[in-house]
Design a protein around this ligand. Structure first.
Ligand SMILES: C[S@@+](CC[C@H](N)C(=O)[O-])C[C@H]1O[C@@H](n2cnc3c(N)ncnc32)[C@H](O)[C@@H]1O
Length: 395
């Protein structure tokens, strides 16, 4: 009878041996089965061996293929890098070399002729001022931060010789001065002659400040830095360039300082700041700027302005050697200044003239605080600001 192995497909039996009570198996079948098992095992071993060799072969082929791809890619990358390096080298060479002699360009002569009409001299494209300007801006905005938090301008555009730390200290001081004179955390601020953004960075530092800030100046490079860096950090801070003429700061300016309007809407500003700006303006500009301040301020809005003031009583100290700006020279319009060759380096006004001009412009004089500049910058500040401060209010 079929045993448990029948299902295994054994070969037919020759002699039956009784095994146990009911199971019999054929010896021949057992031998055949054993032989079959052995043969199967051998075949399996041989199969596995063959399969393994095939797999190993395939792996070797795969690795070789990968190596070829890597080598080809490295060659291509190195070729591309060489091309880029050659292009950079060509583009950064100056004079008659460089871009103009790059072999990938059609004809150096043709190109030279093409760029000549729009670029000065034989230097062509490479001396294009807008290209140099772009390079300069790129360098300026590759700026550092103070304590990893606040942007600070590059040393090359700071005209007050501030270090990073003193830049931030002054920035905070300017905000504190405004806060003592009417700045609120929601104020709309106008910063006339904003320079390289000291007040802006001070306000940026003041987390509670949720108002708006508009700064303008006549220096393209400074406004470019402020816009590219400060506005980028916080878009509530906006900067504008006004190409107004100033003998000292922007002698090539195209706009008349005594008539050009501020880039601010009428009655849009609550606090207007002019830190160390009236100290560099001729009288006709001062008068115009006071009327522009009055126009831009909302009724009740304030302007915090700094000056170099004098009257009869103070005249000797103002003109003395101790003074930080010895205003020894007298202008025909009642002003005093320090340098004949550069009157706008430091120009002073009679206190009474400032009061009169402000009133005429529609501004009330809230306070005049004399600073310690007449004693030199090393004097004991004793709670005073350095320049004289005049706080004005729009009536
Ligand atoms: C001594 S800096 C003071 C900068 C800035 N207020 C500060 O405290 O950091 C004088 C600034 O007045 C700017 N300025 C000169 N004439 C100007 C004018 N007519 N309108 C606006 N800004 C002017 C200069 O370009 C310069 O940035």
């Amino acid at each position: 009878m079929a045993g448990p192995w029948t299902g295994w497909g054994c070969v037919g039996s020759v002699r039956r041996v009784r095994v146990g009570a009911r199971q019999t198996v054929s010896v021949a079948a057992l031998i055949a089965l054993a032989a079959a098992v052995l043969a199967g095992g051998a075949a399996a071993v041989a199969g596995v061996a063959a399969l393994s060799s095939i797999l190993v072969g395939l792996a070797v082929l795969l690795l070789a293929g990968l190596q070829v791809i890597v080598v080809l890619n490295l060659r291509r990358t190195s070729r591309q890098l060489n091309q880029v390096a050659r292009a950079i080298e060509a583009a950064t060479r100056t004079g008659s070399e460089g871009l103009l002699s790059d072999p990938s360009r059609q004809s150096a002569e043709q190109l030279r002729a093409d760029v000549a009409p729009t670029n000065a001299g034989s230097e062509g494209l490479l001396s294009d001022p807008s290209r140099q300007w772009a390079e300069q801006l790129r360098a300026d905005v590759a700026t550092t931060t103070w304590n990893g938090r606040l942007p600070v301008p590059p040393q090359t555009i700071r005209f007050m010789q501030d270090t990073d730390a003193s830049f931030v200290t002054t920035a905070r001081t300017l905000v504190a001065v405004l806060a003592r004179n009417g700045l609120h955390d929601t104020s709309d601020v106008l910063d006339v002659g904003c320079g390289y953004g000291r007040l802006a960075v001070g306000l940026l530092d003041r987390q509670e400040f949720t108002g708006t800030y508009l700064g303008f100046d006549i220096l393209r490079r400074h406004i470019a830095w402020c816009s590219a860096v400060v506005t980028n950090v916080d878009p509530r801070f906006v900067f504008a360039l006004l190409d107004v003429r100033n003998e000292r700061y922007n002698p090539e300016g195209t706009l008349d300082p005594a008539t050009t309007p501020f880039p601010a809407a009428s009655a849009s500003i609550e606090v207007c700041a002019l830190f160390s700006v009236f100290t560099h303006l001729y009288r006709s500009t001062v008068e115009h700027y006071l009327s522009e301040i009055a126009r831009a301020l909302r009724p009740g809005g304030v302007a915090v302005t700094t000056w170099l003031l004098f009257d009869d009583e103070r005249l000797a100290a103002v003109a003395s050697d101790d003074s930080e700006y010895p205003l020894r020279l007298q202008g025909t319009d009642g002003t005093r200044f320090m340098l004949a060759e550069d009157p706008l380096r430091a120009i002073g006004y009679p206190t009474q003239d400032v009061v009169t001009m402000a009133r005429k412009a529609g501004l009330e004089v809230v306070e005049v605080e004399l600073g310690y500049w007449v004693e030199g910058h090393t004097a004991d500040a004793n709670g005073r600001e350095f320049q004289d401060m005049v706080t004005l209010r729009r009536t």
